[in-house]
Write a protein that binds this ligand. Structure first.
Ligand code: ZN
Length: 136
């Protein structure tokens, strides 16, 4: 789930329009207007001060309330409401595994803290879980 949206998409600034399109992040986008309603297009991400989309937020809460293990990667866990998903999962009995280069509020509440960068740790961790293939 993309709680904070996706930089790989632009969307119409008019909330009621709903227009959305995939973009190539390697190609700088000029200021453009929505082909549907004429309002400005903007990155389809949540900016500071904006609320998380209800559907995605509710889905993330349901998921975190039902997992056995929550893998927390690359967050300081200081920005709410997203940071609250860790406590929600823990309250519902999930084990918390945090991967981060530095101790932080997320690691302080973790069952397992793996110190290191996501780039260094995740390939081996996921290969060990047999979620990804390491075959050539
Ligand atoms: Zn529009």
């Amino acid at each position: 789930m993309h709680l904070h949206g996706s930089i790989l998409h632009d969307r119409c600034h008019a909330e009621s329009c709903g227009y959305r399109e995939r973009i190539d992040p390697a190609v700088p986008q000029a200021l453009r207007s929505c082909p549907r309603c004429g309002a400005a297009l903007r990155p389809a991400v949540v900016w500071f001060g904006e609320s998380l989309p209800d559907a995605v937020w509710n889905g993330a809460q349901r998921l975190c309330a039902s997992v056995d293990c929550l893998l927390v990667v690359g967050t300081s866990a200081t920005v709410y409401p997203a940071a609250g998903l860790i406590a929600l999962a823990r309250e519902r009995g999930a084990r918390i595994v945090v991967v981060d280069p530095n101790p932080n509020p997320a690691s302080a509440a973790a069952d397992v803290f793996v110190r290191g960068s996501a780039a260094a740790i995740l390939p081996d961790l996921l290969a060990g879980l047999e979620l990804v293939s390491t075959a050539d």
